[in-house]
Write a protein that binds this ligand. Structure first.
Ligand code: FMN
Length: 221
């Protein structure tokens, strides 16, 4: 009797994790990005500011798509991206923490530049967890979305050795600035955040890569 119960429990346990992993690998094709805008680069540069207050109006999937394209979108037939990368080795990965996006359920998604799509990794709204990993900075939990830019250092250090670490850190700045400028051009607001506990953030996102930067984005208040 006990053995039967135990076996049923084990079976249920495995089924739960199998279903969860199947659901969490859902692929979401993003809307095509736009390549034209009504605002000039110069105006965008002069308007960019770190803004830490957000309205609770949701972002659209089009806006999220545009921001991800600005971060790491592919712009050439050989795979060149919007941001430069030493040796075109692309050591950075972008995670989207969605909390308030129209037609996108709360969760953690990984951006796939090759297909311009999102792969769902976790189902829950992780903003509160991340807020507590980031010194409880209020803008982390109030933002509609968070981008977490992470690094796989070996992609660059296997070619450039120690100096590759410097290159990865330079690259994250390129990507962050692309996101922030694109947000400004879309009339969105945001702030880059470097103050967080790496270990805690890695745990909340259940990732192996090293998190380097959080970019909090939302609509203007
Ligand atoms: C590497 C880096 C880390 C930052 N970390 C934080 C942070 O943890 N929290 C925050 O509120 N702002 C953070 N900021 C934003 C700066 O405070 C902001 O850029 C600065 O005050 C200048 O304002 P501006 O961005 O409006 O020009 C960071 C900026 C950089 C470049």
């Amino acid at each position: 009797m006990y053995m039967r119960k135990f076996l049923l429990f084990i079976q249920g346990f495995f089924l739960f994790f199998l279903t969860k992993s199947l659901i969490s690998e859902e692929l979401i094709k993003l809307p095509e990005p736009r390549f034209k805008s009504n605002i000039s680069l110069e105006e965008t540069l002069s308007k960019r500011r770190s803004i830490r207050e957000f309205s609770q109006q949701p972002l659209t999937l089009e806006e999220v798509s545009q921001l991800l394209w600005a971060a790491q979108g592919i712009t050439t037939s050989w795979g060149g991206r919007t941001a430069p990368s030493a040796g075109a080795l692309y050591p950075l990965e972008i995670y989207l923490v969605a909390g308030n996006v129209k037609n996108l359920s709360c969760g953690v998604y990984k951006y796939e530049p090759k297909t311009h799509s999102l792969v769902k990794k976790l189902q829950e709204d992780k903003r509160i967890d991340i807020w507590s990993s980031a010194w409880r900075q209020p803008w982390i939990k109030n933002a509609s979305i968070l981008f977490i830019i992470t690094a796989v250092y070996e992609r660059t250090t296997q070619k450039y050795g120690e100096r590759g670490i410097r290159y990865v850190h330079i690259e994250v700045g390129h990507v962050a600035q692309n996101i922030l400028l694109q947000a400004t051009a879309l009339n969105l607001v945001g702030v880059p955040v470097g103050a967080f506990y790496d270990k805690a953030l890695k745990k909340s996102l259940n990732i192996k890569e090293d998190p380097l930067y959080i970019i909090a984005i939302g609509k203007k208040k």
